[in-house]
Design a protein around this ligand. Structure first.
Ligand code: H2U
Ligand code: ZN
Length: 338
């Protein structure tokens, strides 16, 4: 018997996240179960008088949103991070350690329209969101080491309001996962003299895990994906941080994001939930040629608009596990590509 990654359980290594993932393709006896749900439950209105993000409406803290025409950013009224934390957090206790955490949090409404999520926007409207992300990264990066831009989409991902929006949390420290990517990309650079994710982009272009390819961007289901339809959005050129993108690269990125998120929506004929976010070199005023800017998309869905992958028993206690292979997932996404 010879090893077949489409039939035999095996582990794959994630060199960026420095962890192992168990792949069990033998459990997907049929490559596709073909389940489909209508999902969603009807179109949302373009304006919802009860929405705290819609233009002209009042937020929880009493402030009134302006009649904004494009992306609109405001300071989160319930920020997870405070700017002024007195010194004193931290300590010497070897068992019960703590550290200060200072920062700020903002909310980004993607557009005034309550009903149109990223895949429903035009490339130009998505480009305005990309520009907004770049501006937020530049602004907050001028005084914080890490700027985490992300979007939680869909109630299943804990999103509190369907009005298309994302968030930005900026901190003085490098959080856990970025710190790991900082270390792994640094080590790869030391070992090879190349940027790990440029190597990945070069290897994956035109390959079995590629989903969207534009002139400057590549969306792949990574070889080591944990979530069934997880993707990694990579630049095909060296770039470390969002604000460094040229206007042409931003426009092309908007196009790639539109194409990728429309694949997602088409897959289960639903407004596809996910958490996505950007990782780039820390804002530490240092050159980081080892770093490549990239976005992770982590969708929870497994087989239909309502069947979610649970990261439970084995995942919580041993390591992440998946059934459908990354290659099968990428093929599914390519099949529904417009
Ligand atoms: P979600 O992306 O998880 O739905 O979060 C929306 C954010 O909006 C959440 O962090 C903030 C919440 O604190 N918010 C405001 O800043 N003002 C409001 O009036 C309501 C919600
Ligand atoms: Zn709204």
């Amino acid at each position: 018997m010879t090893f077949d990654p489409d039939q035999h359980s095996h582990r794959r290594y994630d060199p960026l996240g420095d962890e192992w993932i168990l792949v069990s393709p033998q459990r997907t006896l049929r490559p596709w179960l073909g389940e489909e749900d209508a999902g969603g439950g009807g179109a949302a209105p373009s304006y919802d008088p009860a929405c705290y993000l819609c233009p002209g409406n009042t937020r929880a803290n009493g402030e009134i949103n302006p009649e904004y025409p494009g992306p609109f950013v405001f300071a989160n009224d319930f920020p997870a991070l405070q700017a002024n934390v007195p010194v004193g957090a931290g300590g010497e206790d070897a068992l019960f350690r703590s550290a200060p955490a200072r920062g700020e949090a903002r909310v980004i409404c993607f557009s005034p329209d309550h009903a149109r999520t990223l895949p429903d926007l035009t490339d130009a409207e998505i480009a305005a969101v990309v520009d907004c992300w770049c501006a937020e990264a530049a602004d907050l990066g001028s005084r914080h080491a890490w700027v985490q831009i992300f979007e939680n989409k869909g109630a299943i991902m804990g999103c509190s309001n369907p009005h298309p929006h994302g968030q930005v949390w900026a901190t003085d420290m490098l959080p856990q996962l970025p710190a790991t990517e900082h270390r792994t990309q640094g080590q790869w650079w030391q070992d090879t003299g190349r940027a790990m994710l440029l190597d990945v982009a070069a290897r994956e272009a035109g390959g079995p895990r590629s989903v969207i390819e534009t002139e400057s961007w590549l969306a792949i289901v990574p070889y080591w994906a944990k979530w069934p339809f997880e993707t990694l959005l990579l630049p095909r050129f060296p770039v470390q941080r969002l604000p460094e993108l040229t206007p042409a690269q931003r426009a092309d990125l908007a196009h790639a994001i539109g194409a990728l998120t429309r694949c997602y929506d088409a897959l289960f004929k639903t407004s596809f939930p996910y958490s996505m976010g950007w990782h780039g070199a820390p804002f530490d005023r240092t050159e980081h040629p080892e770093w490549q800017l990239h976005a992770h998309f982590y969708p929870p869905l497994l087989r239909s608009a309502t069947t979610k992958k649970f990261m439970v028993g084995y995942e919580m206690l041993a390591e992440a596990q998946r059934d459908i292979t990354p290659e099968q997932a990428a093929a599914r996404l390519r099949e529904v590509r417009a």
